[in-house]
Design a protein around this ligand. Structure first.
Ligand SMILES: *Cc1c(COP(=O)(O)O)cnc(C)c1O
Length: 452
């Protein structure tokens, strides 16, 4: 009989393992079904290891330890923190904006106790959750009223369903964009029950094109910010204030989907000027919508600001109830907006802190890492991401690790605890300090050393 057969035969049965006292303790802590699953997985993987002629400890203690480790794996939550080494600040696949310390604390406080979400403490009567963000959003944007829904996609669907159902919505051919993940403006229009009327051409649309398209069936002129691509050269779009004036003169609505939307000018940071929420409100459009977790740097949300009358119609629509956000979102959003109100957003909101980070500080961090892990420090570019500011990049310095199999190193880093997500370029694994939170430095270095 060969050695493999003997080793396979020496493996205990499921029942024999179950009978072991340490396993009995595990059953008391977890459950019999879960422990059984872990035992089967352990015996399976051990059998595979024997068949591959790997040296494997088959002692009772070693098997019990492996059952425990399988149990931990089975119980590990699937949503876990990761280290973002990509340099993409608003990384949609990695959860977009990281919340400020104050927003994190607000979420925690809202989760720990009851609160006045829909309760008016002055009158002792039922209140509205909509009042909470309204005041801050009015002050910050200059709009008459505001409404918060689940995300910007649902904000658009609500706007179209409530204000343009079975009517025509006029939009420039240059703005029939796909935002990502198959989310396309024409599909949203259909979903909202509106009829799409395209005007102009891919590169040029004039005010007259909009004016000619308006008729008795028209409900709305829509501008969608082409947030994730850039048109250069012979291009033209009418200024937003002229579009708003035309809409008012013709008794239809003007709506601006800003996509990211920002309260702070991006230009002083060496980026293109991203259209600002205050600018759209000042241009006189009826409604402006934008995301909570892109350049605003807060929780996932769709924020709508604009004229009181138009917002009131949205609030009355049944979809507003279906798309409403919960107390945790309000808590995070209010704390984030408070940073803007206090004029401290660039220091406090992580998205802005990352954008504003001086290159010298970033390079110093990359160099400090390199002294511990080896590798070089190279100039590179970080991106704002989240479908905002296409073609606009921030100069950065990255830790660059040359490796025979960069894909394998990067896969190994993704399997770490916590996982590290890196970029690969020219046979090197790149890690950009801009998006690695300062408190993650120790974890990152441990992950790199163990992977190398
Ligand atoms: C990102 C984006 C959206 C979708 O926003 P979500 O908050 O992700 O739903 C809609 N319109 C534009 C122009 C965008 O850039």
């Amino acid at each position: 009989m060969n050695d493999k057969d003997a080793r396979l035969r020496s493996l205990p049965s499921v029942d024999a393992l179950l009978a072991q006292p340490p396993i009995q303790t595990l059953i008391e802590t977890y459950s019999r079904d879960l422990v059984l699953e872990a035992i089967r997985a352990t015996l399976d993987s051990t059998r595979q290891a024997i068949l591959r002629s790997q040296s494997t400890d088959l002692s009772g203690d070693a098997l019990v330890a492996r059952v425990e480790s399988h149990l931990r794996q089975l119980l590990r939550p699937s949503l876990i923190p990761v280290i973002n080494g990509t340099g993409v600040i608003i990384h949609t696949n990695l959860g977009r904006a990281v919340l400020s310390a104050e927003a994190q604390a607000a979420v925690s406080a809202a989760a720990q106790a009851y609160n006045n979400l829909e309760f008016d403490l002055d009158s002792g009567r039922r209140g509205s959750r909509l009042t909470h963000a309204g005041k801050l959003l009015r002050e910050l944007t200059g709009a008459e009223d505001a409404l918060v829904v689940n995300n910007n996609a649902s904000a658009l669907i609500l706007i179209l369903s409530a204000l343009a159902k079975e009517c025509e919505v006029v939009i420039s051919r240059g703005q029939l964009v796909e935002i990502g993940g198959g989310f396309r403006i024409p599909a949203i229009m259909r979903e909202g029950g509106a009829r799409l009327v395209e005007v102009g051409t891919t590169n040029r649309t004039r005010l007259a094109d909009f004016a000619e398209a308006i008729n008795d069936e028209t409900a709305m002129l829509l501008r969608a910010h082409a947030s994730n691509f850039k048109q250069l050269g012979f291009v033209e779009q009418p200024p937003l204030d002229e579009l708003a004036t035309l809409a008012r003169d013709c008794d239809v609505l003007a709506v601006d989907d800003l996509g990211s939307g920002t309260l702070i000018d991006t230009a002083p940071f060496g980026l293109d000027h991203e259209p600002m929420i205050q600018e759209s409100v000042a241009a006189g459009v009826d409604l402006v919508c934008f995301s909570g977790d892109k350049l605003l740097g807060g929780p996932q949300a769709g924020i709508i600001v604009g004229r009181a009358e138009a917002v009131a119609r949205l609030k009355r629509h049944p979809l507003a109830r279906a798309l409403r956000v919960d107390k945790l979102t309000y808590a995070a959003l209010l704390a984030t907006l408070a940073h803007y109100r206090r004029g401290e957003a660039i220091e406090r909101v992580p998205v802005w802190r990352m954008i504003a980070q001086p290159l010298a500080d970033i390079r110093a961090r990359a160099e400090a890492w390199a002294t511990q892990t080896g590798g070089a420090v190279l100039p590179a570019q970080s991106a704002v991401g989240g479908g905002s500011l296409p073609g606009s990049a921030l100069p950065t310095a990255v830790l660059a690790i040359k490796h025979d199999a960069p894909d394998r190193l990067s896969a190994q880093l993704r399997q770490g605890q916590p996982p590290v997500v890196a970029r690969i370029a020219d046979g090197r694994v790149l890690i950009d300090p801009r998006t690695v939170l300062p408190e993650q430095d120790a974890d990152l270095l441990r992950a790199l050393k163990s992977a190398l």
